[in-house]
Design a protein around this ligand. Sequence first.
Ligand code: ADP
Ligand code: ZN
Length: 740
Amino acid sequence: MNAARVLIDGPSELVFDYSIPDGLPVVAGCRVRVPLRNRDATGTVLAVSDASGLKFKLRPLHSLSDPEPLITPKLLELAHWIAKYYGCSIESVIRVLLPESVRTEQNSAKKRKSAILSSPPDDETLATLERRAPKQFAIVSLLTHSPDHKLALTDLGEGASSAVKALEGKGLVTIVTEDVRRDPEADGTDEILPDSELTLNAEQQSALDAIVGTIKDPEASIRTHLLLGVTGSGKTEVYLQAARMSLDLGKTVLILVPEISLTPQTVRRFRARFAHVQEQVAVLHSNLSQGERFDEWHRIRKGQARIVIGARSAVFAPLPDLGLIIVDEEHENSYKQDQVPRYHGRDVAVLRGHFEKATVVLGSATPSLESFQNTQDGKYRLLRLNERADGQGLPLIRVVDMKLESKKQKGRDTFLSDRLRNAIDQRLERGEQSILFLNRRGFARSLQCPACGHVCTCPHCALALTYHRTDDRLVCHICGHQAIVPKRCPECSDRSIILQGFGTQKVEDVFRKVFPSARVARIDADALRKKHALRDMLNAFRAKKIDLLIGTQMIAKGLHFPNVTLVGILNADIGLHVPDFRAGERVFQLLTQVAGRAGRGDLEGEVIVQTFTPHSPSIQYARHHDFDGFAEQELEMRRQFHFPPFSRCAVLTSRSSHERRAEFTLQTLHRRLSEEPPPGLELGEPLPSPLVKAHGQFRFQLMLRAPSARALTLHVQKALDKTSLPEDVTVVFDMDALSF
Ligand code: ADP
Ligand code: ZN
């Protein structure tokens, strides 16, 4: 006799074993109905095992709710791997893999009734109808002139159904009921004009050849490609043609984008290219309604949709015969989920490619150093596009030293240099647009001297020290080193050493004053909260109804505005001096991506970067569009200080509304973690998080590094198993953490 281990639907992640009645084809991944105490429930089969040796009797499960398993064996294997790697429960992974809307039985397909003209009525009948039943006559005329002589009842106007029924009675019309697809992209997007394939340039062609080579060869040993192409080099054209090849080979395609709300452009380009097979393009992301997700998910599973475009969780799209996975802007942090399971969409994509023998393409102008190092180690293949496909040069990047500006202006929080002001004035005169970019501050505050640009850093870790207001101290978030807050700059003795930071609101106010004639708009996190606010704002900008757009990181991504000729970066430093070993990498990425927004049309672009540290490598390498130079020096630093990609790094956080309890719990865990450490473990000190208190909870954290991810996760799990958490304390483990 066999037993099924079943994860019960619902919030509490219950798992029970049931016996499988004879003849019921239950396998892992199936959906089943089961008895649960004195009610019935539904659930997902996690595994099937032999139960003949069991001493006690299991309750039998009732029935299968779907004839076929909803999770393929390969996806289940992936789910188990994720649970192990990220140290989370398999249940939590299944919940992402089979979203709520797919699991609940109420969410059946949406039906629609349509009327079809059975036979065209003769003139006499028509004349009678016209006289006696004008409503019916109107409907018949409508149907006569519509394609297939068919229309949905809802399109026939108010109160049409009784007239249609009457027509059905006369044998003139038949009524049919059909499934309709709830198309998530049906509204809001402009008309899509079909486009055709471009002739690839030599670099694009050899990249495409390499990609198609592995789609054709399921045994290829290296099947992940890193497509490193400068902005405008035509990566998307390579994606499109690779996708077409995959379809031609009878295989499906998955395209991941960092945030679908910001990248309807990708959807539009795929829909335009695959216009002849529109219905094969599906979209999956967290903003879909339950009904939309249900429809898209099942269309994908049945093989009706063979191209899926989606954000992070779409990596689990149930595509059969997967041939190609594309991860666009692979360096983006939004691929990492910040709740359990804390998986990285890009890494899961690579692994899924491995399990399903699919080809994976990671694309970026500024790849993550992890992915880049994998090409150096021979795990991924590096494909390069060094030239812009539209024949344009890369924009000119000018760096303005704000130390000089702040001397000139004798003010604090200076954020508009003369150079940038003049450049904006020029654009306003010429009727061209500008984007002003404000680096998001984050929660960590570092101390910087406006006179010389000096930033207080940790002598052991070379990272910026963070200011803690509560005890008025500077703290290193890696090793715990503490320092008093200097009254004068340690470097130049200036007295005006300050905490950095200003917000988009303040910038907007100042810009409105300085440029009274300009139409100014601001995009920040608040703008994202309203459903279509962001889209509307971007549309207004595209329609040239806005001269100056002020925003944070979110306007740096993949947007294409031909009339933008100036990009100003107000405070390039902010991101540089956060206690995060990826700070330099982020700033480099950001500057390069933002610069890529300038001059994407026929007009030449200019970028102005304001900074207190004009000579920092991130800024200088970005200025020269030199990824290789940047990677080389940054990787050397990472190697020296044992940071990823030369170690695996995780963060353990405790949270509680009682400060002492949170701190004490983490100290206890720290003690446990220092017992029998795996080889090469580097255990950080328990410290208050940069954002010490949020949502009424105090947070403490420690960083762990080790050569092996698996050993690290196991070690933490062992420590957690041995520790009973006090009431009101939660502990979060974040493997491959991206924020500290
Ligand atoms: P990326 O995705 O690398 O930023 P895109 O794919 O958006 O670049 O391409 C930039 C521009 O170059 C687009 O307008 C695109 O139509 C054009 N383009 C791409 N490939 C070619 C090509 N082979 N020939 C001519 N134009 C091209
Ligand atoms: Zn330190």
